[in-house]
Design a protein around this ligand. Structure first.
Ligand code: HEM
Length: 471
């Protein structure tokens, strides 16, 4: 006899609003979802308005829901609809045949060969970032870490995806890059709005959002026309935009709308997440001077007289920096839940062998990083920031999931790029300057929107007195 959603335990809902007040209070949705799993067990029910929703941290359920896509599970329709209004037919929200076609192009253009080819973009933007932080150190100024990293990742992603240098790092606050930065919070606001008011009346911020999207679309169209010319001259595609000109043998060309949407998807998916990951990593480095010392020693040894790494294999030798990034991601995962729904009626078997019946369209929040602070077998003393655990790690069976990049066929195609960027920035900044926390505006916080990002995170970089000799 299988359980139904109604019979699952969970928090008591209020009339009409259900558990929404508790869920959205204080922008700590991910913490509330985790607390409910602690209280009611790994699979529970809550209510958003009048709709029953399932939350689960059961590794057996996660495995099935992530792996059996796009056939048996899809991204939750409510979330997909909001994103589709802004970027119709992007790979993140596409399903079925269209998703397969777009996914192929996305993975191709983020594979190791492309990243090697485009590594120069990452080093160029890293040099620019270093210049900004050195200027702040010389002026004794503090740096808004998330803002700086948003600009860094926007420049890297636009360079890799379109071959365009947006130069968001040096934008004075009036150009397209700065307006792009307002796009992401606006998308998040819509995702969690109790009512889709913008379909009936546009507020000034909705008009600004539409203008920014139009401006961005014009930039993409201009560069796509150039990319089409280059590919039609017989040149092999060398970035995502050029790859979109001829997506697959025997497949129809992509429409301009699909091209614009996929560029936007890449920027949103690549910028918002990676900037938070790097910002959290720098936060933990600044809080732990011993970690900073080890990062420096490693960078001195691997980079020698260079300011930035030469290529991805050299970044691969920065193993302690990679461990710092992984540990920061464990302490503060930036994408701690995924929202899916079954495409047909299904019965799933949990880790405890109990069966759960899920009707088609049932919204499910998958707590894909629940194990980060709860799987004490894998991560003993889970609240301690200890990068070394990733270097000593013995493979251990997973009690609870820790899948910060998702899993199965829709696994994040940008994982390697994100880790590459994070490893470079953490290593290079920690080596070139002393990173000191600045708490003059209060403690560092976090905010859950579509992803989870740090708030109030400032560092005061100081020039390092002793540097290795440059060749
Ligand atoms: C710390 C950085 C990042 C994190 C934590 C992250 C996390 C995720 C997660 C959890 C998913 C959903 C996976 C699933 O449904 O199983 C995803 C999907 C995706 N990510 Fe990332 N991501 C990051 C960086 C990037 C970057 C740098 C790019 C590209 C420039 C990117 C592009 C995408 C795309 C296109 C998808 C949709 C894949 C699909 O639906 O097939 N991500 N990411």
């Amino acid at each position: 006899m299988s359980l139904s959603v109604r019979t699952l335990g969970g928090p008591r809902p209020l009339p009409l609003v259900g558990n929404l007040p508790e869920l959205t209070r204080g922008n700590r949705l991910h913490r509330v979802l985790t607390d409910w799993a602690d209280t009611y067990g790994p699979t529970y029910r809550f209510r958003m308005g009048r709709t029953d929703v399932v939350g689960t941290a059961d590794p057996a359920h996660l495995d099935v829901a992530l792996r059996r896509r796009p056939d048996d599970f899809r991204r939750a329709r409510r979330m997909a609809e909001v994103l589709e209004e802004l970027a119709p037919h992007g790979v993140f929200t596409a399903e079925g045949k269209q998703w397969r076609r777009l996914r192929h192009v996305a993975t191709q253009s983020l594979n190791a060969a492309y990243l090697r080819q485009y590594f120069a973009t990452i080093t160029r933007v890293t040099e620019r970032l270093l210049g900004r932080w050195e200027a702040a150190a010389a002026a004794g100024a503090r740096v808004d870490v998330l803002d700086s990293m948003l600009r860094f990742t926007l420049d890297v992603t636009a360079g890799l995806a379109m071959g365009v240098d947006l130069n968001a790092l040096e934008d004075d606050g009036t150009g397209l890059p700065s307006r792009m930065a307002t796009l992401f919070p606006a998308i998040a606001d819509r995702l969690f709005a109790p009512f889709p008011y913008w379909r009936y009346a546009k507020l000034p911020r909705d008009r600004r959002l539409a203008e920014t999207l139009d401006e961005f679309a014009a930039v993409v169209r201009e560069h796509f026309a150039l990319a089409r010319d280059r590919v039609n001259l017989g040149r092999p595609p060398s970035n995502f935009l050029e790859a979109l000109v001829r997506p697959l043998e025997n497949e129809p060309e992509l429409t301009d709308e699909e091209v614009v949407s996929n560029m936007l998807t890449m920027l949103v998916a690549g910028e918002d997440t990676t900037s938070s990951l790097i910002a959290w990593s720098l936060h933990f480095v600044a809080e732990n001077p011993d970690v900073q010392e080890r990062l420096r020693a490693e960078a001195d040894e691997v980079l020698g007289s260079r300011r930035t790494p030469d290529d991805p294999p050299m970044v691969g030798r920065l193993k302690y920096a990679a461990a710092v990034v992984q540990e920061a991601q464990r302490m503060c995962p930036v994408a701690p839940y995924l929202i899916v729904e079954p495409t047909r009626d299904l019965t799933l078997t949990g880790q405890d062998r109990r069966e759960l019946f899920l009707p088609a369209g049932q919204q499910i929040f998958l707590l894909n990083t629940y194990g980060a602070l709860r799987d004490v077998e894998r991560f003993p003393d889970p609240y301690a920031f200890r990068p070394q655990r990733w270097l000593d790690a013995e493979p251990t069976a997973e009690t609870f999931p820790f899948a910060p990049f998702g899993g199965g066929p829709r696994f994040c195609p940008g994982r390697n790029l994100a880790l590459l960027e994070a490893g470079v920035v953490v290593s290079v900044l920690a080596r070139e300057m002393e990173l000191v926390p600045d708490r003059s505006s209060g403690p560092v916080g976090e905010k859950a929107a579509f992803t989870v990002f740090p708030t109030n995170l400032f560092l005061r970089p100081r020039s390092r007195e002793t540097r290795p000799a440059r060749g």
